[in-house]
Design a protein around this ligand. Structure first.
Ligand SMILES: NC(=O)c1ccc2nc(-c3ccc(Oc4cccc(O)c4)cc3)[nH]c2c1
Length: 352
């Protein structure tokens, strides 16, 4: 844990409200993974007013600037992350509690006492199939909410008919609410997310294509499938949860990792799958489809036979009910708004 004088390294306005403690994890994002050392870390902290534990995600500004990737402006990246965090409200999506900008960015989030799914799937003992199903069902509900602006708790008024694509779904970004095996999960880390703009491609096609670049016309076939990237990632996560090893990995010598993925050539080790039901494997196979237009959507996955399991859904509802009973009424959000103007609704349809 940090000593008193270690607290001095954090901004004054932050120190007034929180006492920082140990590091819980470090993360790299695309922007600075090319640079040595993490560009961010998540620390445990204590809220002075309530003594509650919180998670504080510290995003290192300098690492971003050093990367010099001017087009992918990190400040806008962080803005998108904060805007999304402030708008989403779903039991399977992480909640933001506060935000500070100083030398670095400080995002105060609810603490998920179960830690990251990554640590569960890394254990030698594989997860039971029913546990995988309970977790995966919640991941689908969370991502589905992203793609549709309606939650199980009513319509959300963020980006009405547009969705949010996470784009970085992995076991490190799936958090568990408790150390119990049967628990709620929440998706986190919207640092790579994209907010879908209105279908600007349709507008572009109203005019003459006389000056239109070929790649725009070629993108017609794949337009509107960018959200399918999350379904692929969910397929990889489900694969790892069920059998304990990743479908695409460097150990495989025949094909490079890139070729394995682009050709959908996953490694199937029969002995690791013999205790897994055919239905579970069938769902994995229908998510790990190279052609995004043929890949299952979140809605289709929720209709898959493997997830028609009333006991699992009852368990989920009971876990939810427990949180509603011991949940404080939502306070009006008095969080500081982010300063910079958000990006213009970008042209997702170009498959950028
Ligand atoms: N990448 C993110 O955007 C992000 C955002 C929020 C996160 N919270 C954790 C996390 C939380 C708890 C952990 O262990 C425990 C478990 C129980 C008690 C405890 O003190 C710590 C480990 C990691 N990891 C996070 C990542």
């Amino acid at each position: 844990d940090l000593m008193v004088d270690d607290q001095m390294m954090f901004p004054k306005e932050f120190r007034e409200k929180y006492i920082m403690s140990k590091t819980l994890g470090r993360f790299l994002t695309e922007l600075c993974s090319c640079f040595s050392g993490a560009c961010g870390e998540v620390k445990l902290a204590f809220e002075k007013s309530t003594c509650n534990k919180v998670a504080v995600k510290i995003i290192n500004k300098r690492k971003f600037v050093a990367s010099g990737l001017t087009d992918a402006n990190p400040a806008l990246n962080i803005n998108t992350e904060i805007e999304i965090l402030k708008k989403i409200d779903h039991p399977c999506l992480i909640k933001i509690k506060n935000f500070f900008e100083a030398e670095d960015y400080y995002i105060v989030l609810e603490l998920m006492e179960g830690g990251e799914l990554y640590d569960r799937v890394s254990r030698p003992i594989k997860m039971k199939e029913d546990t995988c199903k309970l977790y995966f069902y919640q991941m689908l509900l969370a991502v589905k909410v992203h793609n549709r602006s309606v939650t199980c708790w009513g319509a959300l008024n963020y980006l009405h008919d547009n969705g949010i694509i996470h784009r970085d779904l992995k076991p490190e970004n799936v958090l568990l609410s408790s150390s119990e095996e049967i628990c709620l999960i929440k998706i986190t880390d919207f640092g790579q997310s994209k907010i879908l703009g209105e279908a600007s491609l349709m507008k572009t096609l109203c005019g003459t294509p006389m000056y239109l670049a070929p790649e725009v016309l070629n993108s017609l076939g794949t337009a509107g499938y960018s959200r399918a990237v999350d379904c692929w990632s969910l397929g990889v996560i489900l694969f790892v949860c069920l059998c304990g090893y990743p479908p695409f990995n460097e150990q495989n010598t025949q094909l490079s990792l890139k070729d394995q993925i682009t050709h959908g050539k996953y490694t199937f080790i029969a002995k690791e799958w013999k205790h897994v039901s055919d239905m579970a494997l069938d769902l994995v196979k229908k998510l790990l489809v190279v052609d995004p237009s043929k890949r299952l959507t979140t809605e289709e996955a929720l209709e898959h036979p493997w997830l028609q399991d009333e006991d699992m859904k009852t368990t989920f509802q009971q876990l939810l009910a427990q949180t509603c009973t011991n949940m404080s009424p939502p306070e009006t959000s008095k969080m500081p708004t982010t300063t910079r103007k958000r990006l213009h609704e970008n042209e997702e349809e170009y498959g950028s």
